[in-house]
Design a protein around this ligand. Structure first.
Ligand code: HEC
Length: 253
């Protein structure tokens, strides 16, 4: 069947459903459904709703997203399917007919119906939603070996960076291994140049303003690039967090 004929057939089904008070439909088996415009425009609703109605003798009335509806596709509820570049969820109230539709959506028949919807021979939606892990480990593409060198050069004056400078840093300054234990170590390292005491002596090429003429760096300045920082991130990522026994109070927010 060509898409054109399929569309015509679907349109006709809808028209019939809208015009003919099908005697088989019990009066009370009906609910309202809200769906965002892109979903309506995709044609999926026009494809699945008549099929659900036919199976269950339930009439579904599509209403605009603003209206109060018995059920709605959108951001909230259970994951229904994926398509048009996003995951669509389905939220349902206590209307039993709307709940039947929710059950149908989750059933094999419902899922197959969603999966079988095609436009020009290509399926647009899949009920097989791959839920990406909420906390994907962040990985930095930088070069960790260079990152250690850059850290030793620029940060090792004050911080213990690794075993290579354990003996010659400033004792009161937290070591990288200690900073690595912080829940938000990524944020802190990525923005270290705006966190005290660094702004006074740190310049990141194309990022920070030059030191004011009246306030030159009090010490030999740290001058580096964002690439250097990316390498530092890759290095710090691989540092085993120090075993502190208990959190470092002063570093917690
Ligand atoms: C001149 C000394 C000095 C240098 C050089 C230095 N730091 Fe620091 N850094 C400190 C001190 C002191 C602290 C502790 C500040 C505090 O406890 O408030 C600190 C804290 C930090 C923190 C935690 C900041 C916060 O507020 O959570 C990070 C991250 C950090 N440094 C990264 C770096 C990196 C990366 C470099 C090198 C590119 C570097 N530092 C170079 C002295 C230095």
């Amino acid at each position: 069947m060509t898409p054109g004929r399929k569309e015509t057939a679907v349109a006709l089904t809808l028209l019939l459903a809208a015009l003919t008070p099908l005697p088989v439909l019990a009066q009370d088996k009906t609910f309202t459904l809200a769906a965002p415009q892109p979903l309506v425009d995709s044609g999926l609703m026009q494809y699945i709703l008549p099929r659900f109605s036919l199976k269950t003798q339930t009439r579904v009335t599509l209403v605009g997203t603003e209206a109060t509806a018995d059920a709605r596709f959108g951001e909230a509820g259970q994951i229904a399917f994926e398509g048009l570049g996003r995951v669509w969820k389905f939220a349902v109230g206590d209307d039993p007919d709307a709940q039947r539709f929710a059950d149908w959506l989750r059933s094999d028949v419902g899922r197959n119906t969603v999966d079988s919807y095609e436009v020009d021979g290509a399926s647009l939606f899949t009920s097989e939603v791959k839920v990406t892990q909420a906390v994907a480990p962040i990985t930095y593409d930088g070069d960790a070996v260079r990152g250690e060198d850059v850290s030793l050069t620029h940060c090792g004056r004050c911080h213990v960076v690794s075993d290579r400078n354990r003996m010659n840093s400033i004792g009161s300054t937290p070591s990288f291994a200690v900073l690595r234990t912080l829940r938000d170590w990524q944020d802190r390292f990525q923005t270290f140049y705006v966190l005290n005491p660094h702004p006074a002596f740190t310049q990141i090429a194309d990022v920070t303003e030059p030191f004011a003429a009246t306030r030159p760096s009090p010490i030999h300045a740290v001058e580096m690039t964002l690439d250097d920082l990316e390498n530092i991130m890759a290095f710090v990522q691989g540092i085993p967090p120090a075993d502190l026994g208990r959190p470092v109070q002063s570093m917690q927010d």
